[in-house]
Design a protein. Structure first.
Length: 247
């Protein structure tokens, strides 16, 4: 079975070699002049508009923050309804299919639909991130709920507590640290996803990045890249500090 598994994996890799255009990787070296021109500008960033760009990055972070918050708000009830140890079978299956639908549609597609509905701007980005992230977090949250210790839940039930009491006092205290960790990780990811959504007009620094690329302002592109890297690094550091205090 191991030979079949790894042999099949190797066959797929070999079969996909030409499909993914790997033979043209030599162009990285034969077209080095273009790379040198781009690299020269990229290594010489233009910080003339740094204040405006930092403001756009802050807007991107706010889009990610609100999108993640709304996603958690949706994911909590969905995860409880999708957990086999907390919900009846007739409810689990359709809720899980809804979760599959939410996370299978790319952010860019959802963002485009919301741009049509609410117009250009940050709101479309917030809603796109919220729906896609809700599907992802709901799955992770439900898996955490299904792995809890049944003892506290049964203890609450033995004291005469209802279903809501079981969730509040038996389930939430066990999964809260993991749920928080998952939400923080998705916030980090959404900070990058919000940048990409800016390319379709959903606001934030992604829109400035797209405009700079179209105008071949590679020095400004370099500045934007630096700002994004610094922002993501700060968010990652703060998230690690919060996770260490919670887990």
């Amino acid at each position: 079975m191991d030979l079949l598994l790894w042999g099949g994996f190797a066959v797929i890799l070999i079969a996909a070699f030409n499909k993914v255009d790997l033979p043209n990787i030599v162009k990285l070296f034969t077209s080095s002049e273009n790379i040198r021109d781009y690299g020269r500008d990229f290594l010489n960033p233009d910080f003339t508009k740094w204040r405006s760009l930092v403001g756009q990055m802050w807007l991107t972070v706010q889009i990610a923050l609100w999108g993640t918050f709304l996603a958690v708000f949706l994911a909590v009830p969905l995860s409880l309804m999708a957990s086999r140890n907390m919900a009846p079978a007739w409810m689990v299956w359709p809720v899980r299919r809804v979760m599959d639908l939410l996370r299978s549609i790319p952010d860019l597609v959802i963002g485009t639909l919301f741009i049509v509905a609410v117009g250009l701007g940050p709101l479309a980005g917030v809603l796109a991130i919220a729906l896609n992230t809700a599907g992802v977090l709901a799955k992770l949250f439900s898996e955490a709920v299904e792995s809890i210790d049944k003892g506290p839940v049964e203890g609450v039930k033995a004291t005469g507590g209802g279903r809501l009491h079981e969730i509040v006092w038996g389930v939430i205290p066990q999964v809260a640290p993991l749920w928080t960790s998952f939400a923080l990780y998705r916030f980090e990811s959404n900070s990058r996803a919000a940048t990409v959504l800016g390319l379709i007009g959903a606001g934030g620094i992604g829109q400035a990045l797209f405009e700079s690329l179209q105008a071949f302002k590679y020095r400004e592109v370099s500045t934007i890249a630096i700002i994004i890297i610094v922002a993501v690094t700060v968010i990652d550091t703060l998230s690690q500090i919060m996770r260490k205090r919670l887990l």
